[in-house]
Design a protein around this ligand. Sequence first.
Ligand code: ADP
Ligand code: MG
Length: 345
Amino acid sequence: MLEIQRINKTYEDQPLLQNISFALGKEETLCLLGRSGSGKSTLLRIIAGLEPPESGRILWDGQDLAGTPVHRRQFGLMFQDYALFPHQNVLENVAYGLRMQGQPEDEVKRRSLEMLEAVQMRSFARRQVTDLSGGEQQRVALARTLAPQPRLVMLDEPLGALDRSLRAELLEELRALLQRFKIPAIYVTHDQEEAFAIADRMALLHNGRIEQIGPPKTVYRCPASPWAARFLGLTNLLPGRLQGSSAVETACGTLVIRRQTCQNFQPGQTVTVLLPPRVRLAQPGTVNQISGVVSDLIFQGADYSVTLKLDSGDTLHFQIEDEIAAGSRISVEVDPEEINLLEAE
Ligand code: ADP
Ligand code: MG
């Protein structure tokens, strides 16, 4: 399978990718998540063979691909801008890769129609691609990528140009297709929700390095750093100091903690305390009550998004299901199990 070993790339004396290494499991979807400009597309181009790395190796089944040109790698690529051929119809677009492989014409047609069926676009076969909506074009682009039966697909922000509900729908279909065809995939996005929806494993790219790699649940529950936490949308970070092994001193009082499963710290050490996004209003007598004034309140249907201004001046953001009034003073309780300690900033 695919193995990336110590890839480095520099543009204009700026290191863009530093020592990037990972391996892709059989049938695994790895999601490469990073801000715009973090080098995601460059890494895909290097893996595809469109650009050489400065150093490092790309292996397939243990074999170095350095001498293997793009079209012999059998990797499928799909990008945000559909890059369909505008002068060809849907079927011809999907047939393109199969013709390049020199497949017999009846097989080209059979397989193209089968792929269009898989993406629910068979009835569009004779349409011009320029007549299709964005979502339809991406379905065709996906069929075109998968038709030649690549041994790996790389998708670079494939849904980036689509609106939210269409993105969610296509993401679900995409996941089902990758599972059905058992194709390993690298999926690039800057959107963490998209990453959570499709990844078997996710890799966070930051400052040229992989900041963290692991299953979505692990990455979310145990972010490797305050940066990783913020990037995943976990913004409730406060400086703290560990007291003994089961309490931490913070701007919102001394909080009881129950676990230090993610990282181990010594008593007295300064840390960053990560509080969970979902809490409830405090019941009398419970530990870890945090009080503050509701400085902003957004009704989100299932719950409220609450900005809580603490007396210390810090602000925290919570999702709360209970009924809450803007401007009121509230206390929430935080389960000791749900408090995480990260390195000090
Ligand atoms: P991402 O896909 O994560 O948004 P890219 O890989 O496209 O990031 O680009 C990362 C950075 O590398 C950008 O700042 C971009 O300007 C720079 N870059 C990309 N390709 C080149 C190139 N061929 N020459 C010089 N700089 C480049
Ligand atoms: Mg990009």
